[in-house]
Design a protein around this ligand. Structure first.
Ligand code: IMP
Ligand code: MG
Length: 174
Protein backbone atom coordinates (compact mmCIF):
# COMPACT_ATOMS: atom_id res chain seq x y z
CA UNK A 1 0.00 0.00 0.00
CA UNK A 2 1.44 3.37 -1.06
CA UNK A 3 1.10 6.58 0.96
CA UNK A 4 0.06 9.64 -1.00
CA UNK A 5 0.58 13.10 0.59
CA UNK A 6 -0.06 15.25 -2.51
CA UNK A 7 -3.23 16.91 -1.20
CA UNK A 8 -2.52 20.17 0.65
CA UNK A 9 -5.15 21.01 3.28
CA UNK A 10 -3.50 24.07 4.89
CA UNK A 11 -0.85 26.15 3.10
CA UNK A 12 2.24 27.58 4.76
CA UNK A 13 0.83 31.10 4.27
CA UNK A 14 -2.35 30.06 6.14
CA UNK A 15 -0.21 28.65 8.97
CA UNK A 16 1.71 31.95 9.19
CA UNK A 17 -1.57 33.89 9.38
CA UNK A 18 -2.79 31.54 12.12
CA UNK A 19 0.45 32.12 14.09
CA UNK A 20 0.02 35.89 13.83
CA UNK A 21 -3.60 35.68 15.04
CA UNK A 22 -2.97 33.30 17.98
CA UNK A 23 0.12 35.20 19.16
CA UNK A 24 -1.83 38.47 19.04
CA UNK A 25 -4.56 36.88 21.22
CA UNK A 26 -1.96 35.62 23.71
CA UNK A 27 -0.11 38.95 23.80
CA UNK A 28 -3.43 40.68 24.47
CA UNK A 29 -4.61 38.22 27.17
CA UNK A 30 -1.35 37.80 29.10
CA UNK A 31 0.22 41.24 28.39
CA UNK A 32 3.46 41.33 30.47
CA UNK A 33 2.59 38.31 32.66
CA UNK A 34 5.41 35.73 32.71
CA UNK A 35 4.22 32.51 31.10
CA UNK A 36 5.35 28.89 31.28
CA UNK A 37 4.90 27.45 27.79
CA UNK A 38 4.77 23.64 27.78
CA UNK A 39 5.09 22.12 24.32
CA UNK A 40 3.83 18.56 23.91
CA UNK A 41 6.45 16.43 22.15
CA UNK A 42 7.00 15.47 19.53
CA UNK A 43 4.29 16.94 17.31
CA UNK A 44 4.20 20.44 18.80
CA UNK A 45 7.93 21.20 18.50
CA UNK A 46 7.58 23.35 15.38
CA UNK A 47 4.38 25.13 16.49
CA UNK A 48 5.93 25.87 19.90
CA UNK A 49 9.10 27.27 18.31
CA UNK A 50 7.15 29.49 15.90
CA UNK A 51 4.69 30.66 18.56
CA UNK A 52 7.17 31.64 21.31
CA UNK A 53 9.12 33.83 18.89
CA UNK A 54 5.96 35.91 18.41
CA UNK A 55 5.20 36.27 22.15
CA UNK A 56 6.05 39.52 23.92
CA UNK A 57 5.83 38.45 27.59
CA UNK A 58 8.76 36.72 29.36
CA UNK A 59 8.46 32.97 28.77
CA UNK A 60 9.90 29.83 30.29
CA UNK A 61 9.82 27.09 27.66
CA UNK A 62 9.53 23.47 28.69
CA UNK A 63 8.38 20.22 27.09
CA UNK A 64 6.51 17.05 28.05
CA UNK A 65 6.00 13.84 26.15
CA UNK A 66 2.77 12.02 26.94
CA UNK A 67 0.42 9.48 25.45
CA UNK A 68 -2.98 8.18 26.43
CA UNK A 69 -4.50 4.77 26.10
CA UNK A 70 -7.88 3.31 26.91
CA UNK A 71 -7.59 0.40 29.31
CA UNK A 72 -9.99 -2.49 29.63
CA UNK A 73 -11.61 -1.13 32.80
CA UNK A 74 -10.91 2.59 32.48
CA UNK A 75 -11.92 5.54 30.33
CA UNK A 76 -8.29 6.45 29.79
CA UNK A 77 -4.85 6.51 31.37
CA UNK A 78 -2.05 8.97 30.79
CA UNK A 79 1.50 7.80 30.31
CA UNK A 80 4.11 10.50 30.97
CA UNK A 81 7.16 9.52 28.92
CA UNK A 82 8.99 12.75 29.73
CA UNK A 83 7.89 15.20 32.40
CA UNK A 84 8.68 18.91 32.32
CA UNK A 85 11.59 20.19 34.43
CA UNK A 86 9.76 23.26 35.67
CA UNK A 87 7.74 23.63 38.90
CA UNK A 88 4.44 25.18 37.80
CA UNK A 89 3.01 25.93 41.28
CA UNK A 90 1.47 29.44 41.22
CA UNK A 91 2.61 29.96 37.62
CA UNK A 92 0.55 30.87 34.56
CA UNK A 93 0.85 27.87 32.25
CA UNK A 94 0.02 27.38 28.57
CA UNK A 95 -0.01 23.86 27.13
CA UNK A 96 0.90 23.92 23.43
CA UNK A 97 -0.37 20.94 21.40
CA UNK A 98 -0.17 20.07 17.71
CA UNK A 99 -3.67 18.65 17.26
CA UNK A 100 -6.61 17.66 19.45
CA UNK A 101 -8.40 14.58 18.20
CA UNK A 102 -10.48 12.58 20.70
CA UNK A 103 -9.35 14.97 23.44
CA UNK A 104 -8.35 12.08 25.74
CA UNK A 105 -4.68 13.05 26.05
CA UNK A 106 -5.26 16.68 26.96
CA UNK A 107 -8.21 16.00 29.26
CA UNK A 108 -6.05 13.65 31.35
CA UNK A 109 -2.98 15.90 31.14
CA UNK A 110 -5.00 18.91 32.23
CA UNK A 111 -6.28 17.05 35.33
CA UNK A 112 -2.74 16.02 36.30
CA UNK A 113 -1.24 19.47 35.80
CA UNK A 114 -4.06 21.20 37.71
CA UNK A 115 -3.13 19.01 40.71
CA UNK A 116 0.29 20.73 40.71
CA UNK A 117 -1.36 24.03 41.66
CA UNK A 118 -0.69 26.40 38.75
CA UNK A 119 -2.14 29.91 38.99
CA UNK A 120 -3.80 29.31 35.61
CA UNK A 121 -3.70 26.57 32.99
CA UNK A 122 -4.80 27.06 29.40
CA UNK A 123 -4.59 25.02 26.21
CA UNK A 124 -3.43 26.23 22.82
CA UNK A 125 -3.59 23.93 19.81
CA UNK A 126 -2.46 24.47 16.23
CA UNK A 127 -5.19 22.22 14.81
CA UNK A 128 -8.47 20.89 16.17
CA UNK A 129 -10.60 18.00 14.94
CA UNK A 130 -13.76 18.56 17.03
CA UNK A 131 -15.80 15.95 15.11
CA UNK A 132 -13.70 13.22 16.78
CA UNK A 133 -14.09 14.42 20.38
CA UNK A 134 -15.18 11.88 23.03
CA UNK A 135 -15.33 14.38 25.93
CA UNK A 136 -15.99 18.06 26.68
CA UNK A 137 -12.44 19.31 26.10
CA UNK A 138 -12.32 22.68 24.35
CA UNK A 139 -9.03 24.46 23.61
CA UNK A 140 -8.70 28.02 24.93
CA UNK A 141 -6.80 28.97 21.77
CA UNK A 142 -7.43 27.11 18.49
CA UNK A 143 -5.43 27.69 15.34
CA UNK A 144 -7.31 25.96 12.53
CA UNK A 145 -10.29 23.57 12.70
CA UNK A 146 -9.72 20.59 10.40
CA UNK A 147 -12.05 17.86 9.07
CA UNK A 148 -11.88 14.21 10.11
CA UNK A 149 -8.85 13.33 7.96
CA UNK A 150 -5.42 12.07 8.98
CA UNK A 151 -3.05 14.97 8.39
CA UNK A 152 0.73 15.34 8.39
CA UNK A 153 3.28 18.14 8.22
CA UNK A 154 4.18 21.12 10.40
CA UNK A 155 5.29 18.70 13.15
CA UNK A 156 2.54 16.10 12.69
CA UNK A 157 3.66 12.66 11.62
CA UNK A 158 2.71 9.28 10.29
CA UNK A 159 5.07 6.78 11.98
CA UNK A 160 7.69 9.52 12.48
CA UNK A 161 7.60 10.73 8.87
CA UNK A 162 6.50 13.98 7.17
CA UNK A 163 6.98 16.25 10.24
CA UNK A 164 9.27 18.46 8.14
CA UNK A 165 6.61 19.56 5.60
CA UNK A 166 5.99 23.31 6.00
CA UNK A 167 2.31 22.86 5.10
CA UNK A 168 -0.44 20.41 6.14
CA UNK A 169 -1.26 17.51 3.84
CA UNK A 170 -3.95 14.82 3.89
CA UNK A 171 -2.73 11.22 4.00
CA UNK A 172 -4.29 8.89 1.46
CA UNK A 173 -3.46 5.21 1.41
CA UNK A 174 -3.76 3.80 -2.09
P1 IMP B 1 -6.19 12.63 21.33
O1 IMP B 1 -6.75 14.03 21.28
O2 IMP B 1 -5.92 12.15 22.71
O3 IMP B 1 -7.04 11.66 20.55
O4 IMP B 1 -4.77 12.55 20.64
C1 IMP B 1 -4.16 13.61 20.05
C2 IMP B 1 -2.84 13.13 19.51
O5 IMP B 1 -3.04 12.17 18.45
C3 IMP B 1 -2.10 14.29 18.87
O6 IMP B 1 -1.26 14.91 19.79
C4 IMP B 1 -1.35 13.62 17.75
O7 IMP B 1 -0.12 13.12 18.25
C5 IMP B 1 -2.21 12.45 17.36
N1 IMP B 1 -3.04 12.76 16.18
C6 IMP B 1 -4.37 12.89 16.13
N2 IMP B 1 -4.82 13.15 14.88
C7 IMP B 1 -3.72 13.21 14.11
C8 IMP B 1 -3.51 13.47 12.70
O8 IMP B 1 -4.44 13.72 11.91
N3 IMP B 1 -2.22 13.46 12.28
C9 IMP B 1 -1.16 13.20 13.11
N4 IMP B 1 -1.31 12.96 14.43
C10 IMP B 1 -2.57 12.96 14.93
MG1 MG C 1 0.80 14.47 20.02
Amino acid sequence: MAINTDKVLVTHAEIEAMLDRISAELNRDYKDTPLVVVGILTGAFIFTADLVRRLEMPVIIDFMQVSSYVGEYSTGELKIKKDMSCDIKDMDVLIVEDIIDTGRTLKLLKEQLLARGPKSLKICTAFDKPSRRVNDLVPDYNGITVPDEFIVGYGLDLDGRYRDFDDIRIVRKE
